[in-house]
Design a protein around this ligand. Structure first.
Ligand code: FAD
Length: 408
């Protein structure tokens, strides 16, 4: 718990951080990478260039300060950070380095306003957060039986095209042993060397198959060139490399399964899985997992895609539906293709509109999981809240750097 001396300084920092948070985090990363260029391997460098990582860190610092006396609000967020850190191989030794450059950045950006008392308060607050993270991360590494930064070698046993833009990679242990079961909804980090940047980059991919088959499957969307107003930006580094240069028989370095966006064992409420695009990946794993864990539990599978050509794992969903009567599905195609049959292939044309759906698909007592692009999740979350679903019934997975933002 933060000391009585430091508490008012942290509280007083909240409006200052709101104003200067992005500048502080930009300065922090510049200082960090200048002093420790090797740490670029741990960060998503396109997110650095796009500024999204800086915004995420600023939001995190701000949310931490605003909630420092609210451990209940911080606990789930800390749990999520721990999972991400373990997948990235963050070690105890990284914390003093990050702490030093964070405090230096606060001092540089706030100038005279960064009094010794304020800096001491932030040093204490950071120390508390670091201690909590280190302790939890240590337990996770022990449970996985690996050291921080150690990766597992897996062989690409099969590569399977799932849609125009998504390809699955079936991974097996290089020594032929069975890969451990995971919790449906978890992800692994994949470490890839990017020659043109002389960097190793890590990306997270949700495990998309049933949890206990002895292999892992990731389903990766090829990230195209981004023709933004201020772009264009290059095509995604890792996803394109996996699609183009990773073949059956190749060996990949991956983290153990991480993440807390998972089915709770004891939860028997109707399960409602709502996703869009490649956000379908953790949902397919949850669908398999739920059918195995609680065969009677109703599952509603709601999904939005551009059309049938961009609908990964469609055959697998249909096959499960035919075999398990408790699955209800509802598919929305934004622009159906000529081959897509209304009612059979999709039930809604245009965006997925939850307001139009019956209670049978969106039960009041359901357990809701959302995954997809950020605007999609915001719209669906708002629609669920408007229908009377409580916030605590809804869980979300973000495929990008947005930790802590929802605490603001
Ligand atoms: P990057 O090189 O990281 O680029 C990403 C985008 O940024 C591209 O569109 C690029 O054009 C753009 N860009 C590059 N530079 C700039 C710049 N300077 N300014 C603005 N934009 C720029 N993905 C999946 O496909 N399947 C999954 O199952 C999956 N699960 C995930 C689970 C989790 C928990 C998380 C966090 C992410 C998941 N992702 C998943 C996303 C995945 O981790 C990668 O982010 C994704 O594959 C893109 O990585 P990349 O290296 O190909 O693209």
């Amino acid at each position: 718990m933060i000391s009585a001396i430091s508490r008012p300084y942290i509280a007083a920092s909240v409006p200052v951080l709101r104003e200067h948070g992005v500048a502080i985090s930009r300065c922090f990363y510049q200082r960090l990478f200048a002093a420790h260029p090797e740490l670029k391997n741990m960060f998503n460098m396109p997110n650095q260039q796009a500024g999204t990582q800086q915004q995420a860190l600023a939001a995190a610092i701000f949310a931490y300060a605003a909630n420092i006396d609210n451990p209940e609000a911080l606990a789930p967020v800390i749990s999520r950070i721990v999972q991400k850190h373990v997948s990235l191989g963050i070690s105890e030794a990284h914390y003093p380095i990050v702490g030093k450059h964070l405090l230096d950045a606060i001092a540089e950006i706030l100038g005279a306003a960064a009094t010794p008392e304020l800096l001491a308060a932030w040093a204490e607050a950071y120390g508390l957060l670091a201690a909590a993270l280190v302790s939890e991360e240590r337990k996770q590494y022990q449970a996985h039986g690996i050291a921080p930064g150690e990766y597992l070698s897996v062989t690409v046993a099969r590569k399977q095209k799932e849609s125009d833009s998504v390809t699955s990679f079936y991974l097996r242990a290089t020594d032929g042993s069975l890969l451990p079961a995971f919790q449906p909804g978890q992800y692994i980090s994949v470490a890839v060397d990017i020659e043109q940047l002389a960097l190793r980059q890590l990306r997270q991919y949700s495990l998309s198959d049933a949890p206990d088959r002895g292999h892992w499957r990731i389903s990766v969307k090829r990230e195209p060139e981004n023709i933004a107003a201020d772009g264009p930006y290059p095509a995604g580094l890792v996803s394109n490399l996996l699609h183009d240069a990773c073949h059956e028989g190749d060996v990949l370095q991956v983290s153990p399964p991480c993440g807390d966006f998972v089915l709770a064992q004891e939860d028997r409420r109707p399960l409602v899985l709502i996703s869009a695009g490649v956000g379908v990946t953790p949902m397919m794993s949850m669908l398999h997992g739920s059918l195995q864990q609680s065969p009677q539990r109703p599952v509603n599978f709601l999904y939005a895609a551009l059309n049938g050509r961009h609908h990964p794992l469609k055959g697998e969903l249909n096959s499960l539906r035919r075999r398990h009567g408790q699955i209800r599905s509802h598919i929305a195609y934004e622009k159906p293709g000529a081959d897509d049959l209304p009612q059979k292939d999709y039930q809604q044309q245009g965006y997925l509109q939850l307001a139009q759906l019956p209670d049978a698909l969106l039960p009041h007592d359901g357990s809701y999981f959302l995954c997809g692009p950020a605007p999609f999740m915001q719209v669906q979350r708002d629609a669920l809240l408007a229908r009377g679903v409580a916030a605590h019934q809804i869980r979300q997975e973000v495929f990008g750097p947005s930790l802590l933002q929802h605490l603001q």
